[in-house]
Design a protein around this ligand. Structure first.
Ligand code: PLP
Length: 418
């Protein structure tokens, strides 16, 4: 019965400090968001106590009647929201959703073709130290050096040459929409399966702000905690023909007991994601990213060697290219941190600087949109970012920018009343 503060003051103190950090800074890591209170409550519930190996109605433990309700709600809502024939809500994370999908549909040694990590792909799309790079024969496609767009001619060329069993479309750092129909055409041409990893843009898809990959892909995987705004976790959507293999690849293939408290939180998030309020938030998310991109292509930024990859964005993030700037990715990340803005440095395609330094920033708007930021707020954020990256930045300017950040966070309180 003891509260967290009583039983473990050290952890309680760090949790409080983290809440204050989230409140007092501008959170602009593109893969982060603020889960609604209902999601936090579900995730902090007694469902964490329950073992439920198996699936609703087919469990290996007694007493599953209530978690069955919860998991079935999550499944039904996921299928309905995305128009999918099959949904598996058990993967503990996005990486595990991808691992299970590959385990279900591939044999070790089969070929996979994904976007190169250095060009915006994810670790699980074939990075050599990851399970995907160790188990499968990896080939990669890239973005075009001039346009920054995924080179579909290369996808086709490599697919023909390498004959992969699975083509992976999806990204962790890319500011434009992918051509799912063209990926499907190429996959069909070489007899490959198509997996789309929409971890980053799932919320936009749910809101109708981004084309859906579901009609095109054999399997669509996602995380539930990025633009989708739910608990940290994974989700698999698929055509019915792959259902049996996917179910047994998740359990017993990859995982034991499902995290029913997290699944309950996924159900809550999926319900919220079907609302007009959520759609409006996704529109503000994309609008905020566009305003940021517009500010960073202005003349003062261009003069400082700052560029925006692809010249803009269609999604929730902007990729800043600092190849021609005195400022490298690490120094830029530190400067923004110094004024109260959290982002991550990110290698840009063909990056001349080493991976720990990089020549880029990935800046996202989902968390601020969730906080209620509107176009005026995002214009102010964009201007603060531009001024922080400018050559004239010094201690005096940092003080002013910190005050401007403080004014913004005061105007849009996070978790009021908690
Ligand atoms: N897929 C993509 C495209 C991602 O960007 C990420 C997370 O960064 C993942 C999968 C992995 O998700 P998780 O961190 O939940 O394992």
């Amino acid at each position: 019965t003891a509260s967290l503060a009583d039983v473990d003051p050290e952890v309680a103190k760090a949790v409080d400090a983290e809440l204050n950090r989230q409140r007092d800074t501008l959170e602009m890591i593109a893969s982060e968001n603020f889960a609604p209170v209902g999601v936090l409550e579900a995730q902090g519930s007694v469902l964490t106590n329950k073992y439920a190996e198996g699936y609703p109605g087919r469990r290996y433990y007694g007493g599953c009647e209530h978690v069955d309700v919860v998991e079935q709600l999550a499944i039904d809502r996921a299928r309905e929201l995305f128009g999918a024939e099959y949904a598996n809500v058990q993967p503990h994370s996005g990486a595990q959703a991808n691992a299970a999908t590959m385990a279900a549909l591939l044999q070790p040694g089969d070929g996979i073709l994904g976007l190169d990590l250095a060009h915006g792909g994810h670790l699980t799309h074939g990075m050599k130290l990851n399970f995907s790079g160790r188990l499968y024969r990896v080939s990669a496609y890239h973005v075009d050096a001039t346009t920054g767009l995924v080179d579909m001619a290369e996808v086709e060329r490599v697919a023909r040459a390498e004959q992969p069993k699975m083509i992976i479309a999806g990204w962790s750092a890319y500011p434009r929409e992918l051509d799912f129909a063209e990926f499907r055409r190429i996959a069909d041409e070489v007899g490959a399966l198509l997996m789309v990893d929409m971890a980053h843009f799932a919320g936009l898809v749910a809101a109708g702000e981004h084309p859906s990959p579901v009609p095109w892909a054999d399997v669509v995987t996602t995380t539930t905690h990025k633009t989708l705004g739910g608990p940290r976790g994974g989700l698999i959507l698929a055509r019915a023909e792959h259902a049996k293999k996917l179910s047994s690849a998740v359990f017993p293939g990859q995982q034991g007991g499902p995290l029913e408290h997290v699944i309950a939180a996924k159900a809550v998030a999926l319900r919220i994601a079907a609302t007009e309020e959520f759609a409006e938030r996704q529109r503000r998310t994309v609008q905020g990213a566009r305003l940021l991109a517009e500010r960073l292509v202005a003349q003062d930024c261009a003069d400082a060697g700052i560029r925006v990859l692809t010249g803009g964005t269609d999604v929730h993030l902007v990729l800043v290219d600092l190849v021609n700037s005195e400022l490298d990715g690490r120094a830029a990340e530190d400067r923004l941190h110094d004024v109260g803005i959290t982002v991550n440095r990110n290698a840009v395609p063909f990056d001349p600087r080493p991976p720990m330094i990089t020549s880029g920033l990935r800046i996202g708007t989902p968390a601020l949109a969730t906080r209620g930021f509107d176009a005026d707020d995002f214009r102010e954020v964009a201007d603060i970012v531009a001024e922080a990256l400018a050559p004239a930045f010094d201690a005096a300017r940092a003080t002013v920018l910190r005050e401007r950040v403080a004014a913004l966070v005061a105007r849009r309180p996070l978790y009021p009343g908690r």
